[in-house]
Ligand binder design. Structure first.
Ligand code: ATP
Ligand code: MG
Ligand code: MG
Length: 351
């Protein structure tokens, strides 16, 4: 069988490797971090730095296709790999999602709504942007942010200089604050032949800037769901996308207006419910797409909730084992830390 190369060794890579094995494929995981959760379930792994060319060449020799479980892979690493083996999703998707300014500019160019935004390269830019967009606003680093890291809210009376210093003076973007009613995500897949399939729209609630609970289907009107899926499809088509794509969106109080918050060129935490809750999981779907296989049936098997298990409360997890209808997933992370995703639980309820 073929071997899928996976860049990144976190829980997303772990669940991707498990799905690959279920289809009779091998996974080779490349990650700089010792003890990565995906290593122990993959057929093989390479623990080496992103700029270790000997290790990268070894990885390329072992795999037939390369994919990734996170988007912040250095450009030089991507160039080295792409010269040797096919990469899916491709470079355009990766580059667009790595930079919030490029991402918002691209999404807006498709006629899909985004929050008002402005480029911020210094305190003077930030002051001008605040004049234009008003307060509150959110200042975000253009690159490398996740779980709300690298962003700061600017309220009335807050100093622009202090906000810019707080995010470390990196190239940034200012976004107008969106008074959203709900947050949703669309997990979809596109194949190399342009086939497209979306899972039902997910509704996401965050706690301390980290995803807490996903509920499916999202409690939004049907036309809005269709609009959300159409936006995801427009993005996937324009990127000539291959693989699973996640698009996070805000729903405004009018129940009609949708604004794209960000995209992730990969499987996503808000799609974990698909393992038990859909006929094809997001991980299986991703494997199918990157291998050039037909996409799977995305239909739901019930209503689903997915709750992240964060931190170190191991005793609470034990109770889940006894709960009918609950499926426990633990990622095998050796050390629990506050804010660290240790596992999740999916509950499937009848329609
Ligand atoms: P993730 O872990 O999803 O990758 P991230 O660090 O990349 O998160 P965002 O998704 O941009 O950050 O923002 C995190 C959360 O902050 C959003 O889910 C939303 O709740 C809130 N947020 C972000 N941007 C805005 C905005 N312009 N207006 C209102 N709330 C926002
Ligand atoms: Mg993000
Ligand atoms: Mg986000």
């Amino acid at each position: 069988g073929a071997t899928i190369g996976i860049l990144g060794g976190g829980q997303l890579g772990r669940m991707m490797a498990i799905a690959a094995a279920g289809y009779g494929l091998k996974a080779c995981v490349y990650c700089p971090d010792a003890g990565s959760p995906a290593f122990e379930v993959a057929a093989s792994h390479i623990q080496a730095a992103w700029d270790d060319e000997a290790a990268l060449a070894d990885f390329c020799a072992r795999v037939d296709v390369i994919t990734y479980e996170f988007e912040n892979i250095p450009a030089a690493t991507v160039a080295f790999l792409m010269a040797r083996k096919p990469l899916a999703p491709g470079l355009k998707a990766l580059e667009t999602s790595q930079d919030r300014l490029a991402e918002k500019t691209f999404v807006a160019s498709l006629g899909v709504g985004v929050a008002p935004f402005a480029r911020v390269d210094g305190v003077a830019d930030l002051e001008a942007a605040l004049e234009k967009l008003g307060r509150p606003a959110i200042l975000k680093t253009r690159r490398f942010g996740y779980d709300g890291k690298g962003q700061v809210r600017i309220n009335d009376g807050d100093s622009a200089a202090a906000a810019f210093a707080a995010i470390g003076q990196a190239p940034a973007i200012l976004e107008g604050f969106v008074p959203f009613d709900r947050e949703i995500s669309v997990i979809s897949a596109r194949s190399a032949t342009g086939e497209f399939a979306a899972f039902d729209v997910c509704e996401n609630v965050h706690r301390h800037h980290i995803l807490d609970v996903t509920t499916v289907p999202a409690a939004v009107p049907g036309p809005l769901r269709q609009k959300a899926v159409a936006a995801a499809r427009a993005i996937a088509d324009a990127l000539e996308y291959v693989g699973v794509l996640t698009v996070e969106m805000f729903v405004l109080a009018d129940g009609e207006t949708l604004l794209v918050n960000e995209t992730a060129p990969r499987v996503h935490n808000s799609g974990h419910w698909t393992i038990e809750g859909a006929r094809t999981s997001q991980f299986q779907q991703h494997v199918r797409a990157v291998c050039g296989w037909p996409l799977g049936d995305t239909s739901r098997l019930g209503r689903a909730t997915m709750t992240n298990l964060i931190g170190d409360d191991i005793d609470a997890w034990r109770a889940i084992l006894a709960e009918p209808g609950a499926s426990l997933h633990l990622y095998g992370k050796a050390e629990a830390r506050p804010g660290r995703k240790m596992g999740h639980v999916t509950r499937i309820l009848p329609e």
